[in-house]
Design a protein around this ligand. Structure first.
Ligand SMILES: Nc1ncnc2c1ncn2[C@@H]1O[C@H](COP(=O)(O)OP(=O)(O)O)[C@@H](O)[C@H]1O
Ligand SMILES: [Mg+2]
Length: 271
């Protein structure tokens, strides 16, 4: 891995730069506090187009906080303060006047526990497009089908689109949530432990889906499961106590990590 230096706020910092694919999101010395708790410390990371970036690390190390910072969801917690920057396609999302609603349509999120709305399968998927003003039934039908196909669940639900999404299994609900995210045509998809509430077969389906989706989207996935990170990601960032200890090609992280703490974590010595 090549390290380059960038200028930020007049000081120079090493940023991990890996290859020439374009960078979709990047953090430069990003810091975050919950009150006095310094939860993220000088995070320098970049996410590349059409790649899966995995974030691993023990509980409480800041993985969810970081992924929620990437679409500014973390600001819903009132005591949050940030410093440094995170850019999306070259613009600092924390800059004054940045259009956060638009950011959230470009940087979508899938949560740990499937959280469909208590509505029909169809209405779950059509919800976002309707909010964006799409009323035409034919167009909505097309979006619903395309999104459900994109989330590899069309065949399972195409004959029951008017049934309540709560009637589906957990794994199906999670794919509905992925389809709901696809319906707003995101660019980046953030996933916070999306399979931790799923059985092994549903987990496998979501993992396959992530692999397919990276052809069209850039994906950041938090996972507790190191085998999952090794199976599905291109790059892996290892977080510990709010810091990025190591960020590299997934193969390298899992075969020849350069930091002893990464090695200890991946070999199961803590976490
Ligand atoms: N809503 C919140 N309010 C205050 N502190 C929080 C909140 N969410 C997380 N934290 C704190 O931030 C740190 C990182 O938490 P989190 O990002 O959830 O870690 P992880 O996802 O890696 O388990 C922890 O110290 C946690 O207690
Ligand atoms: Mg978490």
């Amino acid at each position: 891995m090549v390290q380059i230096l960038t200028e930020f706020n007049g000081t120079r910092h090493a940023v991990h730069e890996i290859n020439s694919k374009s960078i979709v999101m990047q953090s430069n010395n990003f810091n975050l506090w919950y009150g006095s708790n310094h939860a993220l410390k000088d995070i320098n990371l970049n996410m590349q187009e059409n790649e899966v970036t995995a974030i691993i690390g023990p509980s409480g190390c800041g993985k969810s906080t970081y992924i929620k910072a990437l679409n500014r969801m973390v600001e819903l917690v009132p005591i949050v303060r940030t410093a440094g920057e995170i850019s999306y396609r070259g613009r600092n999302i924390f800059a004054n006047g940045y259009e956060v609603e638009e950011l959230r349509t470009k940087v979508g999120m899938v949560f740990q526990k499937p959280n469909p709305f208590p509505k029909s399968i169809y209405d779950n998927i059509a919800y976002g497009p309707r909010i964006h003003g799409i009323k035409n039934k034919k167009i909505l039908d097309e979006i619903v089908e395309k999104s459900l196909r994109g989330a590899a669940i069309w065949d399972e639900v195409k004959d029951r689109l008017n049934e309540n999404a709560y009637g589906l299994s957990g794994g199906q609900q999670q794919r509905i949530c992925i389809a709901r995210c696809l319906a707003i045509e995101p660019d980046v998809i953030l996933m916070d432990e999306p399979t931790s509430a799923l059985d092994p077969i549903s987990t496998l389906k979501v993992e396959e889906l992530v692999q397919e989706m990276k052809e069209q989207y850039s994906i950041v996935i938090v996972t507790h499961n190191m085998q999952q990170a090794a199976r599905i990601s291109d790059k892996t960032a290892f977080f510990l106590n709010g810091e990025v200890i190591e960020f590299d090609q997934t193969d390298t992280i899992f075969s020849t990590p350069s930091d002893q703490r990464t090695e200890d974590y991946i070999s199961g010595r803590f976490g």
